[in-house]
Each structure stands twice: as C-alpha cells, then as structure tokens.
Design a binder for this molecule. Structure first.
Ligand SMILES: NC(=O)C1=CN([C@@H]2O[C@H](COP(=O)(O)OP(=O)(O)OC[C@H]3O[C@@H](n4cnc5c(N)ncnc54)[C@H](O)[C@@H]3O)[C@@H](O)[C@H]2O)C=CC1
Ligand SMILES: O=C(CO)COP(=O)(O)O
Length: 323
C-alpha cells in the first residue's frame, strides 16, 4: 500500500502524519525541491505546521513521478487555484480524494472533484471534508470527517483514514460535502469581520445562522442535499472555522476590517480559500441573477472597498420578513 499526498501545506502534512501513524507509507509531494529537502532534513514542516514531527513513513519529495508511481490513491491537498494546472501535468493515480476546499469559475462553477476529473481524465474522485483543523488532526485530537462519493470507494477511503482519533463517515452526496467545505469559508470571513469589529456574540450568531440559511439555499440549488449542510461537512465545519483561532479565513476577515488589503491577503504564504471562493461565487451569482445577500456583502467589503459596518447595516436594513 502506498499513498501520494499532493500538497505539503498544513493539511497535506497533517493527513500524511495521520496515515503514517496507521503504518501506511506516504509520499508527500511539495512544489519546491528545496522545501522537500527541508522537510526531509528537519522532519518537520516548519513553514506550515510547526511543532509536529514527521514520522519516518512520510517521504517528502518534489518529484511527481516518485510520489505517484504505484500509489493506490492520491489525496489532493493543494490550494484550489493550483489543482487544475498541477494535476494536468502529473502522472495519473487510479483514485483521487480531494481534500481541497474551494470552487473554480470556468464555464460555470466547478467543484474540486470536477476539476480533478477534468484535469486527470480519471472518474474515481471522492472528497474529504469536515471540521478538520490541521493543527489538531496532526496532534491526534479527536476529529470527525466525511468522505463522499461512490459507495465502494468511499468505504475503502473510510477504512484507510479512520483511526481512534479521526472518525470518518461516508456520504453519497459528493456535491453537498464539497459545497459545504467551500461555502463555509466565505462565512468564516464574515465571522472574522464581526470579531474584528467587536460587534458581539448576538451579531455573530445571527450572521452565521442567516448565513447557514443562505448556504443551504445556494447549496441545494447547486445540487447538494439539505441534510448534508446540517452535518459535519456543513454546520460542523462552519462552527469549527468561525469560532477558531486556527482559521485563516476567520483571521483574514479580522484583518480586512483592520484595513489590510485583499491583494496582500491573497498573496500571503497561507492560503485563504474564502477569498477565491467568494469571488467565483459572486461573479457567477451576478451573471445568473441569484440573490446572495451575505456572500455579496463579504465580496463588496473584500473586493469593492465597501466599509464593513456599512455592509452589515445594509443587511440589518433589509425588508423585515418571517424567519
Ligand atoms: N489547514 C487546514 O486545517 C485545512 C485545509 N484544508 C484545505 O486544504 C487546502 C490546502 O490548504 P493548506 O494545506 O492549509 O495550505 P497552507 O496555507 O498550509 O499552505 C499552502 C500550500 O500551498 C502551496 N502552494 C501555494 N501556491 C501554490 C501553487 N500555485 N501551486 C502549488 N502549490 C502552491 C504552498 O507551497 C503550501 O504548501 C485548501 O483548499 C484548504 O482549504 C482543508 C481542511 C483543513
Ligand atoms: O477548513 C478548515 C477547517 O475545517 C480550515 O479552515 P481555514 O482554511 O480557515 O484555516
């Protein structure tokens, strides 16, 4: 058994640690040769997941052939904007699991499993998503997650990843599981804005509850199942992200209200997926005429320079209506 993990950021590293702890050899692919060498030398990902030792069974490499040759599956933990380009040029794996949380706008909104399928020509693509901060998973704190896709493959991946500290559920709702993971990142930006503005717990609860409603409305319109959005990959991940000090999306929301520009956040070392997702989503929604007031408000603050308080006041001033 050999697994390739593509992407040596926090999440790819945490998943590698998890698999290695189960005795499974992992080839962890990093984009830069010097970085793969650094990982091998220090046996620690000092840039993205400091303080966690890399087990001997994790072999960092920058060579795609070495990572993928003979691998039974590839776990994709790349930033969403890199998935298509990177996988297009790589040798194929028989089975892919997307651990990336994002959306692409290219001739319509695409989920990461669709991007992987298009880039590789491989149909067997699943998604792994849930309330899963890498910092906690890699330290073996109790965590639950969902692997979604075709039943037999989902069961296989469940058996591969499930461990005493990482409980994996299966789901047939690939669309819903992927959308939950991508859309909650936008609400985490909004949560960070509320935190940064010190608007209080009531405001945050209201925003997230109404945001969840918007997420469910959009997610079901895009083909996800309502129940999925109230499960681990929806509400579960929304809570973990919006109330966490680990979350890069929540933190980016705080930084936006402190006046940090979106270009700086987009160009940062760590990926802030919500900023890419909200851009894809709002461009799509405007073209389609879809109404997404909270997602729109996040977009206007991030990309159109609207004052965050003004955007929130506009939400409060909408026509009163039944819940
Ligand atoms: N960090 C976490 O707790 C979790 C992250 N995820 C998802 O996993 C994906 C990866 O996130 P993290 O591992 O947290 O990233 P990270 O922020 O820790 O690191 C970014 C990684 O992306 C690489 N990178 C940057 N630009 C690239 C490019 N153009 N091509 C290839 N690689 C590039 C960097 O070298 C680095 O390895 C994201 O979609 C994220 O939403 C999902 C669950 C948990
Ligand atoms: O998806 C995550 C936890 O489930 C990580 O969230 P951030 O990308 O905001 O850190």
């Amino acid at each position: 058994m050999k697994v390739a993990v593509l992407g040596a950021g926090a999440w790819g590293t945490a998943l590698s640690v998890l698999l290695a702890a189960k005795g499974i050899p992992v080839y962890l692919w990093a984009r830069r040769r010097e970085f793969a060498e650094e990982l091998r030398a220090y046996r620690e990902n000092r840039a993205y997941l400091p303080g966690v030792a890399l087990p001997a069974l994790v072999w960092p490499t920058a060579q795609a052939e070495e990572a993928l040759e003979g691998a039974e599956l590839a776990l994709v933990a790349l930033p969403s904007r890199a998935v298509r380009e990177i996988l297009s040029g790589f040798p194929r794996a028989p089975l892919y699991v997307s651990a990336t949380k994002g959306l692409e706008l290219a001739g319509g909104l695409k989920r990461m499993s669709q991007v992987i399928r298009e880039a590789t020509g491989v149909d067997r693509v699943l998604a792994l998503s849930g309330p899963n901060h890498a910092e906690e998973v890699a330290r073996f704190l109790p965590t639950a997650s969902v692997v979604a896709g075709e039943e037999e493959d989902a069961r296989r991946v469940q058996a591969l990843l499930n461990s005493p500290t990482f409980r994996v559920y299966t789901s047939p709702d690939l669309t819903g599981v992927e959308l939950g993971g991508a859309l909650k990142n936008v609400l985490a930006l909004a949560a960070g804005m509320v935190d940064g503005l010190r608007l209080g717990d009531n405001a945050k609860a209201a925003l997230l509850t109404r945001g969840l409603r918007e997420l469910v409305r959009l997610g079901t319109a895009l083909g996800g199942k309502e129940a999925t959005f109230y499960g681990l990959a929806g509400l579960g991940d929304l809570l973990a992200t919006c109330y966490s000090l680990h979350s890069r999306n929540r933190e980016a929301g705080e930084r936006l209200v402190r006046g940090v520009g979106v270009e700086e956040l987009l160009g940062g070392r760590q990926v802030v997926e919500g900023l890419f997702t909200v851009r894809a989503l709002v461009e799509w929604a405007r073209a389609e005429g879809a109404e997404l007031p909270i997602f729109e408000a996040v977009y206007r603050v991030a990309y159109e320079g609207e004052e965050p308080l003004r955007a929130l006041s506009a939400l409060m001033a909408r026509e009163p209506k039944p819940e």
